[in-house]
Design a protein around this ligand. Structure first.
Ligand code: NAD
Length: 255
């Protein structure tokens, strides 16, 4: 890995496992110092922080539930205090949801949007208070925002909203020298896809998620978290200095 992020200070939400942990490892390998947000995986977050610290970078684990705006504010303040500022926010924390229209309750709707949309929006609001010129923000959408899948309207619409947040905050933040983009990963090998992958297959279809990915994507396979982290690493680097307001689809050509 390069030292392209040397001296940068990054906060990654939901950073203890899955794509978030891969992002933490990649940014640290690029020589950034990293604050690792977690909600309940304290042991994993501490172990990851210790791994990065042993490699010579500064890392800290910070507990916060991003569905609570007060906790988001404390998280960003703690990250900036611990690292000595904030240059990068990777807003990765999110939850899946599948449900038939008649079964979805207002509480389901509020829970999904509180984490996937409001959590990302207010992570941006609070993080930029600590950022100056050259700040970089990456939000997390999903290929699902661009696909038709049975019983997936709630999750998919929450991810589509994230892309609109990036698009429409980009001029305001651009005047402050900060870029904001989103990534839209396709199926990626994590706990989330382990639990929910099969639900992308219509119940009448006799196939598993792996078969569906093999037959409906150009690369014919799922992503490894490190492949998504590589896209994030690019977007938060100076190499992406002229990209803002965009969503990068990293989905292996899922069609
Ligand atoms: P994961 O379930 O393995 O990890 C999600 C992380 O978010 C966990 O660390 C979890 O603790 C954290 N999180 C959830 N709710 C939180 C909350 N309220 N406060 C703080 N942290 C919270 O899932 P993943 O696959 O690594 O997903 C990471 C992101 O990528 C999510 O936003 C997800 O929607 C998105 N995504 C995943 C895939 C995929 O196939 N895995 C595809 C497209 C998009």
């Amino acid at each position: 890995m390069s030292g392209k992020l040397a001296g940068r200070k990054a906060l990654v939400t939901g950073g203890a496992r899955g794509i978030g942990a891969a992002v933490v490892r990649r940014l640290a390998a690029d020589r950034a110092d990293v604050a690792i947000n977690y909600r309940s995986s304290g042991h994993d977050a501490d172990a990851l922080a210790a791994e990065i610290t042993a490699d010579g970078r500064h890392a800290v684990a910070i507990k916060a539930d991003v569905s609570d705006p007060d906790q988001i504010r404390r998280m960003t303040d703690q990250a900036a205090d611990a690292l000595g500022g904030l240059d990068i926010l990777v807003s990765n924390a999110g939850i899946e949801h599948f449900g038939k229209l008649d079964a979805i309750t207002p509480a389901d709707f509020d829970r999904v949007f509180a984490i996937n949309v409001r959590g990302q929006f207010f992570a941006v609001q609070n993080a930029v208070r600590h950022m100056g010129e050259g700040g970089k923000i990456v939000l997390t959408s999903s290929a699902s925002a661009h696909k038709t899948v049975f019983y997936h309207a709630l999750y998919a619409s929450s991810k589509a909203a994230v892309e609109c947040i990036a698009l429409n905050l980009s001029p305001e933040l651009g005047r402050r020298g900060i870029t904001i983009n989103a990534i839209a990963p396709g199926g990626t090998v994590t706990d989330m896809s382990d639990h929910a992958g099969s639900r992308y297959v219509h119940p009448d279809v006799d196939a598993d998620f792996g078969t569906v990915i093999r037959t409906t994507s150009s690369l014919g396979r799922m992503a490894q978290p490190a492949e998504i982290a590589a896209v994030v690493s690019f977007l938060v680097s100076d190499d992406a200095s002229f990209i803002t307001g965009r969503t990068i689809q990293a989905d292996g050509g899922w069609f």
